[in-house]
Write a protein that binds this ligand. Structure first.
Ligand SMILES: *Cc1c(COP(=O)(O)O)cnc(C)c1O
Length: 408
């Protein structure tokens, strides 16, 4: 998006504000589907938790995506956005049997990731086919916060427990219609992912009634210059060939499913914040914006590096800044970052703010969550209002604290 457009949006909708470009989302979706165009049946289920605004979900629906959900509320959001229940897969971790049963009753595809629930669900509802989430114990990426396939992970059923899965399936007479893995959020190395896929294929051979194999996500997008990006085209070629061979041997054209979040929306988003104060200290220059980790927590939570541009002074002389927020807590967005000279009231644009940014925002310090704007067909559409003081007070109950009258 053009810097002038972003500046105009910050003016019209005020700051802080999230801006998403629908064209970028569309392009990423098309890149992914065309990388797998040699497979007959491909299903892209967008991971709602990355960015769950209903207008974004509607955009995904218009592109032909299904949804990957992790809570019943995300399922309800998907239904509200017009998705059919059968286009929603429910992939929770550690939720109650009741929540899973409720979602199953709505008609969504259930994905079970532990033996206890598998046995209980299969015993009570042997007629409802379920997918199982496997942990292939493959470490994809180096950061243990976002690698969920390794040995200590709480996600999935270990491949070493397949004999137990088979026993439960046989005893309950339930149907397994899908096999799933989601090894984490960083495919640094295509070969690692293909290796994990082989484990999934091996597992799949044990089940005779499959309709799909779900390879989860882990597509990497660049956050800063020099970052590795998943070569989706090469990956598509390799996995497609392998998948087609598997289907031939299996005797059925299964559906190849993915559930990307970050890949579809990360680069489409920018977060615009205004500089309140430029503060020189003995060791650095702080640029303090009208936001904090209450609005964008990834740098503090994961050490993520979001590029920051001074769109009010793009040609200014570059200097080193520590960009921080206004929260009464250390809330650093960037340390020692080279940015075009920052003046008070300048607008800074934080890149890669589409995924896991707004959806992790909170009211900490009793601040309002920001507005969200979708740039679509050359126009800015407000898709979520900035909160107001009513939102802060909503659900709070003021009780009467008068002292109790004591009888004498
Ligand atoms: C979060 C999540 C995804 C999406 O991961 P990205 O890294 O955003 O692509 C996919 N599948 C499951 C089960 C998830 O929990």
């Amino acid at each position: 998006m053009k810097q002038n457009t972003l500046l105009q949006i910050a003016k019209d909708f005020e700051s802080p504000v999230y801006v998403y470009d629908s064209q970028t989302i569309t392009n990423q979706y098309k890149r992914l589907t065309s990388a797998f165009n040699k497979v007959k049946n491909v299903k892209i289920n967008y991971a709602v938790k990355a960015l769950s605004n209903i207008s974004i979900l509607k955009l995904m629906r218009s592109l032909g995506a299904g949804l990957d959900t992790v809570s019943i509320q995300e399922v309800q959001l998907g239904l509200a956005a017009g998705f059919k229940a059968e286009d929603i897969i429910f992939t929770p971790n550690g939720v109650s049997l009741l929540e899973i049963e409720t979602v199953a009753k709505l008609g969504c595809q259930i994905n079970i990731d532990n033996l206890s629930i598998l046995e209980q669900f299969g015993t009570k509802h042997p007629k409802i086919p379920v997918c199982i989430r496997i942990n292939p114990h493959v470490m994809a990426g180096g950061n243990t916060n976002i690698s969920v396939g390794h040995i200590d992970s709480k996600f999935g059923i270990s491949i070493h427990q397949i004999p137990h899965i088979l026993r439960i399936v046989e005893n309950t007479n339930m149907t397994i219609n899908g096999i799933h893995m989601h090894t984490g959020s960083d495919i640094l190395d295509i070969d690692v992912f293909l290796y994990a896929s082989e484990i999934l294929f091996e597992t799949a051979k044990n089940f005779k009634n499959l309709e799909f194999i779900d390879f989860g996500s882990g597509f990497k997008v660049p956050y800063k210059t020099g970052d590795i990006e998943t070569n989706i085209e090469e990956f598509g070629d390799k996995l497609s060939a392998r998948f087609n061979t598997f289907c031939k041997n299996y005797g059925k054209a299964l559906t190849l499913a993915f559930e990307p979040g970050k890949f579809l929306v990360s680069e489409a988003g920018q977060f615009l914040a205004k500089v309140n104060v430029v503060k020189q200290t003995t060791s650095t220059v702080f640029a303090q914006v009208d936001s904090g980790f209450n609005h964008l927590i990834r740098p503090m939570l994961y050490g993520s590096q979001h590029e920051i541009e001074n769109i009010s002074n793009p040609n200014g002389r570059e200097r080193f800044y520590s960009v921080v927020g206004y929260i009464c807590e250390t809330d650093t967005f960037a340390n020692n970052r080279r940015i075009a000279e920052i003046r008070e009231n300048d607008i800074l644009a934080f890149k890669n703010a589409g995924a896991y940014c707004y959806s992790m925002a909170s009211n900490y310090n009793s601040r309002y969550r920001p507005a969200e704007v979708l740039w679509h067909n050359g126009e800015a559409h407000l898709i979520r209002k900035r909160e107001t003081f009513d939102d802060i007070l909503r659900n709070q109950i003021e009780i009467d604290l008068k002292p109790k009258k004591v009888k004498v």
